[in-house]
Design a protein around this ligand. Structure first.
Ligand code: ATP
Length: 234
């Protein structure tokens, strides 16, 4: 579904991604892991069309995305939840979810979509008319995820969703990711909490200094403590 080939990316003259290739097949949950600064965020930002200086190929369902405007991803069903959440703090939870539907045909069924989301995310259901800014970091992250899935994307890119979130919410979030995968949504997940991520993933790639240094089944990687220690410690 997503094929990244020989992806190179730069910030100014710093050559950050040095020929990254990876693939996520339809229905898979693939994890991208690596130390701080390895280039994980730069990889998903490049896929999302947010790195101006990127070369190589990023194909989604066979269509080249690199060099095309960012919004083309949305219309093709590729959603992105950035590390920094980017919810609108001065709007309510309901209004934030509406924003996720603005450019979607589903906006005509807005009330149904919001009902569905409320059932899926009980924490948001209780807070639909609360200002987003008054919610905890974890709840805001849930909202960012809910907004991204409101338009029913085929694939979601998730950049460190559990960062800085209390463990009980992280568990809830991961249960949701597993359910999202079961519902047929394809997922590329960047995660520092490697053990947790590998338990729900099918496969994983390890990125180190802008290069993929390992790829394999999540089960194999989970059993390989040496490789986790070498490349995943922060
Ligand atoms: P983390 O786990 O800390 O989020 P990461 O694997 O996601 O790390 P990136 O954020 O992709 O890594 O960063 C890769 C490299 O690019 C790092 O050396 C970082 O300092 C550098 N970098 C990131 N953003 C910029 C920027 N806007 N300008 C210049 N250099 C940057």
């Amino acid at each position: 579904m997503l094929e990244v080939n020989d992806l190179n990316a730069w910030y100014g003259t710093s050559h950050i991604l040095q020929g990254v290739s990876l693939e996520v097949r339809k229905g898979e949950l693939v994890c991208l892991i690596g130390r701080n600064g390895a280039g994980k965020t730069t990889t998903v930002k490049s896929i999302a069309g947010l790195i101006p200086k990127a070369k190589g190929s990023v194909k989604f369902e066979g269509v080249e995305l690199l060099g095309r405007p960012t919004h083309t991803r949305f219309s093709k069903g590729l959603a992105y939840v950035p590390e920094e959440r980017r919810i609108v703090p001065g709007l309510t939870v309901r209004e934030n979810i509406r924003l996720g539907l603005l450019a979607s045909p589903l906006r005509r069924r807005e009330a149904d979509v919001i009902d569905e989301i409320a059932e899926t995310f009980p924490r948001l259901k209780e807070r639909l008319d609360q200002m987003a800014i008054t919610m905890s970091g974890g709840e805001q992250q849930m909202l960012a995820i809910a907004r991204a899935v409101a338009s029913k994307p085929k694939m979601v890119l998730l950049d460190e969703p559990s960062e800085g979130i209390m463990p009980v919410l992280v568990d809830e979030m991961f249960e949701y990711f597993a359910a999202l995968k079961r519902s047929g949504v394809t997922i590329l997940l960047i995660e520092q909490n490697v053990g947790l991520a590998l338990r729900i993933a099918d496969r994983a790639y390890i990125l180190d200094q802008g290069e993929i240094v390992y790829s394999g089944s999540a089960q194999t990687m989970l059993a390989d403590e040496a490789i986790q220690e070498r490349y995943c410690a922060v």
